[in-house]
Design a protein around this ligand. Structure first.
Ligand SMILES: Cc1cc2nc3c(=O)[nH]c(=O)nc-3n(C[C@H](O)[C@H](O)[C@H](O)COP(=O)(O)OP(=O)(O)OC[C@H]3O[C@@H](n4cnc5c(N)ncnc54)[C@H](O)[C@@H]3O)c2cc1C
Length: 380
């Protein structure tokens, strides 16, 4: 898998190797069992934290790994190759740290970031609401200033790590309607009045808890406001530009796992007295899968390198998220096809990969929303 990689430093190569070793030894052996039981692998995520893999793209001065975004994304890909739930956990945690790292005051960064990036704490990102998904600017969760606190009331929906996170970035309304009335606060999960609901019963990613969270007179200290009042929507969108690349990297790792598994199977399985990979119909399908994966990888890394260079990258990130996640859906579906009937049962992992790929087309902006973002820029 590393044969064609271009990495910016020897240190990056060592980090990628470390991530691969941990994923092989500590993650892959647990995946089937935890997914079957729907249990979040909290300890496995802690192992990544202790290895320094939970704050990779953030400044070393803030307690992060000081690595380029392109390195962080390749680590995510390596993790997703073994277990999507864990890669997604790292991606969501990184997203949840972004508002403080990019918009927090120096005092907030000094006080909170070393703990968040050091790996012992896990974050959640609370933007979506039951009635406001794609139209995030319509959110209604309200934060009202009362003395030294904000009092937060409302309901967030579909929150990854609800109930297992240690802190939440919460987007809430402090002003009037529309994006200008949205602010971002940072809340401890143990705050009285923050109440996660029972996890949703999902199609895949069963070990990753997703649930509504009720905010019922939850008092968050006013010093936990990130940026200025009214800046929350800009913070949320900026976080998602970077976060979408994490989802693209997860899609690439998942698709690579499906492609490699299907290729191995096609080399073993015989029909009509020959290996099925030698039938052009199967061999060409695998060739298309491998080509699409590489194209998605290069588009995603291109967006990351623009980000690392301080250049605008949001549109390329939307293209990468769109292309990589549509690609993963197609590749994992084709992997099931390569295995025939054996692809449709749980004895092989490809049916799980296919169920897991679907959610990547939905989270952090559906692929319709990515197309909207891209076409709006084109129509200007
Ligand atoms: C497993 C999982 C984990 C998640 N984790 C988080 C999380 O941690 N934090 C968080 O805040 N959210 C999270 N989400 C929420 C996710 O981001 C939303 O589900 C997503 O943004 C879509 O919102 P919605 O589900 O309300 O769909 P809707 O917005 O109701 O969309 C329904 C359909 O309409 C389409 N549509 C909507 N508007 C347009 C338009 N203008 N043009 C064309 N088509 C449109 C959509 O593409 C979709 O196909 C998660 C979701 C899932 C399933």
């Amino acid at each position: 898998m590393n044969r064609y990689r271009l990495l910016p430093s020897d240190e990056a190569a060592a980090i990628l190797e470390l991530a691969g070793d941990i994923a092989d030894r500590e993650l892959a052996p647990l995946a089937d069992d935890f997914e079957e039981r729907g249990e979040f692998p909290r300890e496995a995520v802690r192992v990544l934290g202790r290895a320094g893999l939970l704050g990779l793209p953030y400044d070393e001065a803030d307690g992060g790994g000081g690595q380029p975004y392109e390195v962080y994304l390749q680590v995510l890909e390596v993790l997703a190759y073994r277990w999507l739930t864990v890669a997604e956990a790292v991606s969501v945690h990184t997203l949840a740290c972004y508002p403080l790292a990019a918009f927090g005051s120096s005092a907030q960064r000094a006080e909170y970031l070393p703990g968040l990036l050091g790996g012992e704490l896990l974050g959640g990102y609370c933007l979506t609401e039951p009635a406001g998904g794609s139209d995030a600017a319509a959110l209604t969760t309200r934060a009202v200033r009362d003395g030294e606190d904000y009092v937060v009331n409302g309901t967030k929906a579909w929150i990854t790590h609800a109930g297992v996170a240690d802190f939440y970035q919460v987007f809430c309304r402090t002003g009037g309607p529309g994006p200008a009335g949205v602010s971002c606060v940072f809340a401890d999960a143990s705050t009285p009045g923050i109440v996660p609901a029972r996890p949703e019963r999902k199609m895949g990613l069963n070990a990753s808890p997703t649930a509504q969270i009720a905010f019922d007179d939850a008092r968050v200290p006013a010093g936990r406001l990130v940026g200025e009042e009214g800046e929350g929507f800009r913070i949320a969108m900026s976080a998602l530009d970077a976060g979408r690349l994490g989802i693209a990297a997860c899609a690439i790792g998942l698709a690579q796992a499906a492609c490699d598994y299907a290729t191995g199977y096609a080399k073993e399985r015989q029909q009509f007295g020959t290996r099925i990979i030698d039938f052009q119909g199967v061999g060409f399908m695998l060739a298309d899968m491998a080509t699409q994966i590489e194209a998605a990888r290069q588009l995603t890394l291109h967006a990351a390198r623009l980000k690392d260079a301080g250049r605008p990258y949001g549109i390329v990130a939307a293209q990468a998220k769109l292309f990589a996640t549509d690609m993963a859906m197609k590749v994992t579906t084709d992997a099931v096809q390569v295995l025939g009937g054996y692809g449709y049962v749980r004895d092989h992992p490809v049916e799980r990969y296919m169920r897991e790929a679907k959610v990547l087309q939905i989270v952090e902006g559906t692929n319709q929303i990515q197309r909207m973002v891209i076409s709006r820029t084109m129509s200007r």
